[in-house]
Design a protein around this ligand. Sequence first.
Ligand code: 13P
Length: 241
Amino acid sequence: MRKKVLAGNWKMFKTQAESEMFLKGFLPTLEETPEAREIILCVPFTDLNVLSRNLHGSRVQLGAQNVHWAENGAYTGEISGEMLTEIGVRYVIIGHSERRQFFGETDETVNLRLRAAQKYGLTPILCVGETKQQRDAGEAEALISMQLKKDLVDVDQSNLIIAYEPIWAIGTGDTCETKEANYIIGMIRNQLTNQNVPIQYGGSVKPNNIDEIMAQPEIDGVLVGGASLEADSFARIVNYQ
Ligand SMILES: O=C(CO)COP(=O)(O)O
């Protein structure tokens, strides 16, 4: 049985004070959440310490949104694996479409970051997915296959999560049809050597569509942006039926 993994990606939202407020509302809602579900919050670097302190003893795992491939060095604005693990970070999002689109991330740098994350004991959440234009041109499957091929060179598939995030569904309220997301995730799985890699769906996941998404046989979890910012809505998502 593959693990169910429910992760929030806070992107560039929440001060430390706002993070504490969120936890006050969110943590008590986990009492009835089935133990087998892995719950992760991937937060801005400045919030990591606050969460690390407040999550101590809770079942929520801590995630970051980027990691550099070098051990240390003159890389202004970057962060190392050791800096993250030292404060209790276990997961890191790599290759999010916003990093690829706005910050020059390429399949080559994604691959370097994935390997570095694993080297420093982090579990990477690799994001792949197509644009609207690529989907309309019938190129989605070929594009995703190519991303996987390049991104996963020499990556250990026993310590990996993949998130399928169609770019046109991110932040738009335009969810990918659940059967279609299920189909693409099945196709991603066919390309992996390890059949136990959890594969998530991401893109406008909300309290009102989570049950249908999680009912799909290939979908092992979700990577949630906007709806992970409010304690109530993220609580509804992790407590899906
Ligand atoms: O990019 C996402 C998660 O990484 C999805 O964002 P939304 O849930 O806001 O569409």
